[in-house]
Design a protein around this ligand. Structure first.
Ligand code: URP
Length: 395
């Protein structure tokens, strides 16, 4: 069911339902259980510059701001960084010439990036393959035209200019064309430093083969491992979309020292909405790092019908990308999500000292028994591996 404002199932988001229907005397407790607490309090709202609030109204996008604190320490100063995340619809019809589609998304996302810069963001992440419609459902190869160089492509250049303008690190996830390797296509996040330089890139490790996510037709599993990028504002990593279903993918980024792990995504309600709030949040808890889930938003339709071998009749739309981007902290607290149906910008102040404080408190890393698991995996990857099952002898 579509509500009048374009959201799906007639609601804008779970938070709105909670605010509307939970009795005021219970709302605090319900939110404590569902959203956690940061230093003993609900995750605080961040006061945003009125000029930025005005832009969000004029340009019609959801704007939210939050703060994650850490306890004051005696021997370390706090390390607060303002992180931005952007979710956006594909603004132009997928039937238009590709040049017009690209110009439209560059305009819209350029505006959102500049608003993030004006709002003081120091590290900003965009959604998965932001410059193109998520056309991988179609299996049509013409969409490969959108792939661009991770070093010199037009969308990367746009982000480099913005990074220089605002002194901001930008994670720019694109469809990469690797001409040096026979025009290989990758799903790549380019990490641009606050001077507009390219620090490096990461290629998506896990490629979905589920529903209409026919991405394996276009690109292979990445070959860049689990790089962590040391930026002027903190150590960051990028776990691209489907990698969020793989706890070890998050874990290795964290083991390499990531303090913030971004998860630029494109996923639809029917498939994954109940999983969305759990996976990045659990990753933050388990790994002692901030996790930032960013999902595309809107319903994209394509000129030609497609099927995906799942018994569904041929169709032209991918379902609804439900947005709901959010940030989770190592202490298990999380922000509410951005809208399910609108473009959005979230600005979040996070004190990175919370990562070590949470590790000191819970000791998950210290108690992890890596040697035991390393030994297990060594056995597991052998072709003659037998599961360790002890059968009830009375069966
Ligand atoms: N883009 C992508 O990997 N989507 C797969 C679906 C999901 O992970 O929810």
């Amino acid at each position: 069911m579509m509500s009048t404002n374009g959201s799906l199932s007639g609601f804008d988001g779970v938070e709105d339902i909670l605010e509307k229907y939970i009795p005021p005397e219970h709302l605090g407790s319900v939110k404590r259980v569902l959203y956690g607490q940061n230093c003993g309090s609900p995750v605080a709202a961040l006061a945003l510059d009125p000029s930025v609030v005005q832009i969000s109204k004029d340009a019609d996008f959801d704007l939210k701001g939050f703060t994650f604190s850490a306890l004051p320490e005696q021997l370390r100063p706090s390390r607060v960084v303002r992180v931005g995340l952007i979710q956006n619809k594909t603004p132009a019809s997928t039937s238009l010439p590709f040049s017009e589609q690209r110009a439209a998304v560059h305009d819209r996302v350029g505006q959102l990036i500049d608003t993030a810069g004006a709002g003081g963001a120091k590290i900003l992440c965009l959604q998965e393959t932001w410059p193109i419609p998520f056309a991988f459902c179609t299996r049509e190869k013409s969409w490969c035209e959108f792939a661009e160089s991770a070093e010199t492509g037009p969308s990367v250049a746009l982000c480099q200019r913005a990074a220089r303008r605002w002194g901001m690190v930008i994670i720019c996830p694109i469809l990469e064309r690797d001409s040096a390797h026979g025009e290989t296509i990758w799903n790549t996040a380019v990490v641009i430093g606050n001077n507009g330089n390219i620090i490096g890139k990461h290629r998506k490790n896990h490629i979905p083969r589920v529903g209409d996510f026919n991405e394996s037709t276009y690109y292979m599993e990445g070959n860049t491992g689990h790089p962590v990028f040391e930026t002027a504002f903190g150590r960051i990593a990028v776990n691209i979309c489907y990698g969020r279903h793989h706890p070890m993918n998050w874990q290795v980024f964290a083991m390499n020292g990531a303090e913030i792990i971004f998860n630029p995504s494109a996923t639809v309600g029917e498939l994954s909405e109940p999983l969305w709030g759990i996976e990045a949040r659990n990753a933050a808890i388990a790994n002692g790092a901030f996790a930032v889930g960013i999902n595309r938003v809107g319903t994209e339709t394509f000129p030609n019908e497609f099927t995906s071998g799942d018994g569904k009749p041929a169709h032209t739309d991918f379902g609804h990308f439900y947005g709901s981007s959010y940030v989770a902290a190592p202490d298990g607290s999380r922000t509410p999500g951005l809208a399910r149906h609108r473009d959005g910008l979230m600005l979040v102040d996070m004190d990175l000292n919370l990562c070590r404080q949470t590790k000191d408190k819970w000791g998950f890393q210290m108690t992890a028994r890596y040697e035991m698991y390393a030994e297990f995996f060594q056995k597991y990857i052998q072709p003659d591996y037998q599961p360790q099952i002890i059968r009830d002898p009375s069966l």
